[in-house]
Design a protein around this ligand. Structure first.
Ligand SMILES: *Cc1c(COP(=O)(O)O)cnc(C)c1O
Length: 231
């Protein structure tokens, strides 16, 4: 059941890569497993998935020790500074850094553990009031500031595009994200690579891939609808 969903998503990714003339290896699929039981994660793991995304610190911390060691965990949700210490050494990438104060806290916790933590800067590309993320025009400055922190390394940008019925409605936002990342890359800031672009979810990942996404974050398309009701 889940394996069939995964097969469909994989086929869509391959087709989008082909349309864009991109190699499949340029795009990493993150299975967004928030609210889903471990049995679902294990099922997808057994099909070969190694990248999992969670948006809550507590849930990530509960699932991480129960899954095999070669899973790469992605923190994709809003992150409070007082919770950084719980995940800083458990995640492969933090996608949701949207302030210098948060970057500083990640740096402090990383320093304590003598590690370097890869991060993305979250951009509110559509300027939605309901979304976290820095404004596009403030992104370069935050990248610059974060680049000065020795124990984090800025790998690129992330966005959560608006919820739309027709993914074509987000193409322009994805294009703007890609342009923003190219502009920042061209500044050649020390300690900044800008090779990662995390964008595209179940409703729009194929368009995001056509516009340059290197990480797509797919939840519903793999695991089915989420049920947030607490029994
Ligand atoms: C939940 C979530 C996703 C996955 O959303 P789907 O529409 O279920 O694919 C992707 N990114 C973030 C940041 C999320 O919180």
């Amino acid at each position: 059941m889940l394996s069939q969903n995964l097969t469909n998503v994989e086929k869509n990714i391959q087709e989008a890569c082909a349309r864009a003339g991109r190699d499949r290896s340029e795009v990493t699929l993150i299975a967004v497993s928030k609210t889903k039981p471990l049995s679902d994660l294990k099922e997808i793991y057994d099909c070969g998935t190694r990248h999992f995304g969670e948006n809550k610190v507590q849930e990530l911390c509960e699932k991480q020790p129960e899954m095999p060691d070669d899973v790469q965990w992605h923190m994709i949700g809003h992150l409070q500074r007082n919770k950084v210490k719980y995940i800083v050494d458990k995640v492969a990438l933090i996608h949701s850094v949207d302030s210098f104060r948060l970057a500083e806290e990640i740096n402090i916790q990383a320093m304590k553990r003598k590690i370097t933590v890869p991060i993305l800067i979250e951009v509110n590309i559509a300027g939605e009031d309901s979304k976290f993320g820095v404004r596009p025009e403030d992104t370069k400055e935050l990248v610059r500031q974060a680049s000065e922190l020795p124990n984090i390394s800025v790998k690129g940008l992330m966005t959560i595009a608006p919820y739309v019925v027709d993914p074509e409605q987000n193409r322009d936002f994805f294009r703007k994200m890609r342009q923003l990342s190219v502009d920042i890359k061209n500044e050649n800031i020390d300690n900044v690579t800008m090779d990662c672009l995390s964008m595209g979810m179940t409703g729009d990942y194929t368009v995001a891939i056509e516009e340059g996404a290197t990480f797509v974050r797919v939840g519903t398309g793999i695991f089915g609808e989420r049920n947030y009701r607490k029994e």
